[in-house]
Design a protein around this ligand. Sequence first.
Ligand code: NAI
Length: 279
Amino acid sequence: MLFGVIGAGQMGGGIAQVAAQSGFDVVVQDVRQEFLDRGRANIGKSLAKLHEKGRLAETPEVVLGRMRFTTALEDFAGCDLVVEAIVEQEAVKTELFRSLGCIVKPEGVLASNTSSIPITALATSSGRPERFIGMHFMNPVPLMGLVEVIRGYRTSDETARFVMDTAEQMGKTPLTCNDFPGFVSNRILMPMLNEAIQCVMEGVADKEAIDGIMRLGMNHPMGPLTLADFIGLDTCLSIMEVLHQGLGDDKYRPSPLLRKMVQAGLLGRKSGEGFYRYD
Ligand code: NAI
């Protein structure tokens, strides 16, 4: 199986790594060589860590040997499955799938790792809605067990079966839902993170107390502000905007503090600062 991944960021890098660990040949594409170099280095580090802990069946070099990095979309022509993991912006994804639909062989399946953008709309732009699906991996991909599989309005049963089987071959548990704003995971998670940010803004408690209360009181492995930093505040804002537009209710309105932090370039862990600082 030839497995394509678009975007060598946090998620694309993780998906490509797990696909290669599972024995698939993988092509990874990004817009600039420096993004590919950074993605490759991150994958190398993650594989080295797993190897050290004895959790990798092969050496990191053998796994990396199954991966090819490119800036050319044309290199996806022969792929059986392409998973997109680029910025969470509908117009950018739509444009990409329009091109990809003409490049990938007709029987190839296209999938999006989007956190919230309607799968049905992306499927239409690809020109192959029956062979289009949402394949929503969790962060960090090498460690998290779930793949949320989102069926678009015209996704075929065969496509759904194929990606469920592929997710299982990657050692993940696929669970299916239908195409509604935020799907299941972010419809439930993201309003909680947004509310935690609103608590910071209103001075309900300081950020350490908010995180501590949710961690110790609700037994969450990570406080909501730490998790928002980890996901990326830009991604959190985009998801809240999709929920707000798609579901209408004011309870989904993005916190003004979240918007302001994104405007200020404080995107969380990936930019070095969000609610907390990262070296
Ligand atoms: P990121 O910012 O770490 O990586 C995005 C990558 O896509 C960058 O390397 C960028 O150069 C590249 N890119 C942008 N436009 C491109 C294009 N037109 N063609 C090829 N590459 C392009 O973002 P991250 O966090 O990896 O998110 C990617 C997707 O995964 C988003 O749709 C996000 O909603 C989704 N997601 C994110 C999660 C998270 O916890 N961060 C969890 C699950 C899904």
